[in-house]
Design a protein around this ligand. Structure first.
Ligand code: DQQ
Length: 593
C-alpha cells in the first residue's frame, strides 16, 4: 500500500509537470543506454510509436486539439494478434508528436452497434472546437456500420473519456453493400453549402472498390450522394480513404478542409487497397458540388497510382496540424516476422515516424519528410564532407549508435555518362529489378548508398541504395532497400523493395539525397528529398545484444562523392512506457502503478 501511494505521488508530480506548459507535454527523451537493450529486445523501437504491449494496427483519428496531439490506434488489449472482435481505440497524447503518454482506450466494443469491434475512423474538429470521432462499428449482427462518439468532457485537455450516443449507428449498412465491406469514415469537411461530408469505403454491387460520400447538416443524419467520390473498378475492396487539399506546388504549408473556391485548388486522394496491402494516392480535382474526385494524370484504378511508401506501410491517415500549419501523415508498419514471434514478444506493429507531406514543385507527386521535432532526439553527430567513395568502397561512419540513428547524405555523381543502359520493361516492376540487381550486384553508377544495422562481420546488414540508368537521353534513378542480408533469423519476410525516384538527376547537377531513420526494427528511408519513401522492418540478430554499424558504400564502377553526410545518434523517446517514472493516468486509476 505504501509503495502504491509513493508511486501515485510520483505520478501526480509528473501529472503537474504535464500541465505546467500549455503547449507541450514534459515527457523527456533519454539518451540511448545499454540498459535499453532489454527494452528493445526483439526489435522494440526507441522513437517510433508503439503501445506498451499488445497488438496495434491502423492509426485512427490523429488530431491537434487545445495544445495537445492525440493519436488513437487500432488496439487489441488482450494480446499481440489482431483479435477481430476485441479491437478498441487505443489513445495516447503528446505535446510534441515524439514523446507520448498512454491513456485508457477511448472507444471499446461495448454497445450493440460496435459489439464485435471498434474499427478504423477519423477525428473532426467541429465549429466551436469540440472534436468528434467517426468510426466503424462491427455490430452485434456482424454488420459494418458508421458511428459517432464525442468527448464526455470537452474541456478535459486530455479528452480521456468518450461517449457513444445511443442514436448510433449514424450510417447503417446500405442495402447494396455486403455486411463486411463498409468501413473507415474519413475526417469530415464542410462544403460551401454548409453541409458536412465524409468519405467511406465500400464494395457496391459486384466487386467495385468504391469510396462513397455522405452529407449531413447536423453530423447525425447522413445521406449518401448518388455518385461515389471515386471508383477503383479493377481493385477489390479499398479501405481508409483520406482526401485532403494541397497548397500550390512546392509550398510546404498544409491546408485544412475549409471550403476553397477556384479552379487552382488540388486535392490528394489516398486509398489503401486490400488486394495488394498497399497505400496509393493520386493528385487530382475534387468537385465540391458533385462531390467527385478526378485523378489528374493517373487512371481510375488506384492500384496504378503512386504509392505513399514502396516498403511495408498500410492504412495511413493524415491530419492538419494547426500548431505548425502543416499536414502530418501517420501509417502502420506491420511486423514481418511470424505471428508466433509476435506472441512471444508480446507486441506487434509500429507507426511510421510522423511525416510532413506536401505537393512537390512538379505538381504531380507528394514529398514526405520526418517532422522537424525528430531533431529534439538528436545527440551525437558525425559527418563527412566531400569524401569520394571509389568503386568497391565501404566507409564506416563511426561514432553513433547504429541502432538509433538519423542519417542524411547527399550523393554527387561526378560522371553520369557511366550509367548502365536501361531496358524499358524495367519500368514495370522496379521491386523485381531491385531483387535482381541487389546491393552486391555491381553496376555502372551504383549501387551506392548506406549499409545500416550491420554486424561486425557484415553478415547481417540492410542496404538502402540507388542505381542510375541511362534511358535514351535521360537518366533514371532507382531506389532500393535490400533486405536479403538483414537478418540471419529464419522465418522473416525479406522481400526487395524498390521504386524509381521521379526526379531529373542531371538537372539537379548529378545530386541525389538519401535520409534514413534507423530504429532497431525499422529502417525508414526518404530518397530524392522525400519523393520516394521505403519503410522496412528488420530483425537483425546481432542488434539484440550490442553494436550495429553504419557504412556508406559504392559497388558501382564509377566513383561517387559524398558531398555531405550527417549522422546523428537519436535518444530514446518516452513512448507509452509505464515503468520508468512516467505518468500513465490509466494505470494510476487502476492502481497498477
Ligand atoms: N483495419 C481496420 C479496418 C480497416 C483495416 C480493422 C485496415 O477498419 O479497414 O482493424 O488495415
Amino acid at each position: 500500500m505504501a509503495v502504491l501511494s509513493l508511486a501515485a505521488c510520483v505520478a501526480f508530480l509528473h501529472l503537474l509537470l504535464l500541465f505546467s506548459s500549455s503547449s507541450s507535454l514534459r515527457l523527456a527523451p533519454k539518451a540511448a543506454e545499454s540498459s535499453d537493450s532489454a527494452r528493445h529486445g526483439s526489435g522494440r523501437t526507441a522513437y517510433h510509436f508503439q503501445p506498451a504491449k499488445n497488438w496495434q494496427n491502423d492509426p485512427n483519428g490523429p488530431m491537434y486539439h487545445n495544445g495537445m496531439y492525440h493519436l488513437f490506434y487500432q488496439y487489441n488489449p488482450h494480446g499481440a494478434t489482431w483479435g477481430v472482435g476485441n479491437l478498441s481505440w487505443g489513445h495516447s497524447v503528446s505535446g510534441d508528436l515524439v514523446n507520448w503518454a498512454s491513456l485508457d482506450a477511448a472507444i471499446e466494443p461495448t454497445s450493440p452497434f460496435d459489439a464485435n469491434g471498434c474499427w478504423s475512423g477519423s477525428a473532426t474538429i467541429l465549429p466551436g472546437g469540440v472534436p468528434a470521432i467517426l468510426y466503424t462499428g462491427i455490430s452485434a449482427d456482424g454488420e459494418q456500420v458508421q458511428n459517432v462518439a464525442f468527448p464526455k468532457n470537452a474541456s478535459d485537455p486530455l479528452l480521456r473519456e468518450w461517449v457513444k450516443p445511443s442514436y448510433n449507428p449514424v450510417i447503417p449498412l446500405p442495402a447494396d453493400v455486403p455486411g463486411d465491406f463498409f468501413r473507415d469514415p474519413s475526417t469530415a469537411w464542410l462544403g460551401r453549402d454548409g453541409l458536412w461530408r465524409l468519405a467511406v469505403s465500400a464494395k457496391v454491387g459486384n466487386a467495385v472498390g468504391s469510396t462513397l460520400i455522405y452529407r449531413s447538416n447536423d453530423f447525425r443524419l447522413w445521406e449518401r450522394n448518388v455518385a461515389p467520390l471515386q471508383e477503383s473498378r479493377a481493385a477489390g475492396m479499398v479501405e481508409c480513404p483520406d482526401l485532403f487539399p494541397v497548397a500550390e506546388p512546392g509550398a510546404e504549408e498544409g491546408l485544412d478542409h475549409a471550403p476553397r473556391t477556384g479552379t487552382g485548388v488540388r486535392h490528394v486522394l489516398k486509398l489503401s487497397a486490400t488486394d495488394t496491402f498497399q497505400d496509393y494516392y493520386a493528385v487530382g480535382r475534387y468537385n465540391d458540388t458533385t462531390d467527385t474526385f478526378e485523378p489528374e494524370d493517373d487512371g481510375d484504378d488506384c492500384q496504378s497510382w503512386r504509392r505513399l511508401d514502396y516498403g511495408h506501410v498500410y492504412a495511413s491517415k493524415s491530419f492538419f496540424d494547426a500548431r505548425k500549419n502543416r499536414r502530418v501523415l501517420w501509417a502502420w508498419a506491420n511486423e514481418t516476422d511470424s505471428q508466433a514471434d509476435d506472441v512471444a514478444k508480446g507486441w506487434s506493429g509500429v507507426q511510421i515516424f510522423p511525416r510532413k507531406v506536401w505537393l512537390d514543385n512538379d505538381g504531380k507527386q507528394l514529398r514526405q519528410w520526418p517532422i522537424e521535432e525528430i531533431e529534439t532526439l538528436r545527440s551525437r553527430k558525425v559527418g563527412l564532407l566531400g569524401t569520394v567513395v571509389n568503386s568497391g568502397g565501404v566507409n564506416e561512419i563511426v561514432g553513433v549508435a547504429g541502432t538509433q540513428a538519423d542519417v542524411e547524405v547527399v550523393f554527387e555523381i561526378p560522371a553520369l555518362e557511366g550509367a548502365e543502359s536501361f531496358e524499358p520493361n524495367w519500368l514495370l516492376d522496379p521491386q523485381r529489378l531491385c531483387g535482381e540487381k541487389g546491393a552486391s550486384v555491381p553496376g555502372g553508377i551504383g549501387p551506392f548508398g548506406l549499409l545500416v544495422m550491420a554486424s561486425d562481420d557484415l553478415q547481417e546488414h540492410t542496404a538502402v541504395f540507388f542505381r542510375v540508368f541511362r534511358h535514351h537521353d535521360k537518366y533514371r534513378v532507382l531506389m532500393c532497400t535490400d533486405l536479403s542480408r538483414s537478418t540471419t533469423r529464419a522465418g522473416v519476410y525479406k522481400p526487395p523493395y524498390g521504386a524509381f525516384v521521379d526526379m531529373d538527376i542531371e538537372a539537379h547537377g548529378g545530386i541525389v539525397s538519401l535520409r534514413t531513420l534507423v530504429d532497431h526494427s525499422v529502417v525508414e528511408s526518404f530518397g530524392g528529398g522525400g519523393r520516394t519513401c521505403i519503410t522496412a522492418r528488420v530483425y537483425p540478430e546481432h542488434a539484440e545484444n550490442g553494436n550495429s554499424h553504419l557504412y556508406v558504400f559504392n559497388n558501382g564502377t564509377g566513383a561517387v562523392k559524398v558531398a555531405k553526410l550527417e549522422a546523428y545518434e537519436l535518444a530514446t523517446a518516452t513512448v507509452n512506457v509505464g515503468d520508468d517514472g512516467l505518468i500513465q493516468p490509466s494505470s494510476m486509476r487502476r492502481g497498477e502503478a
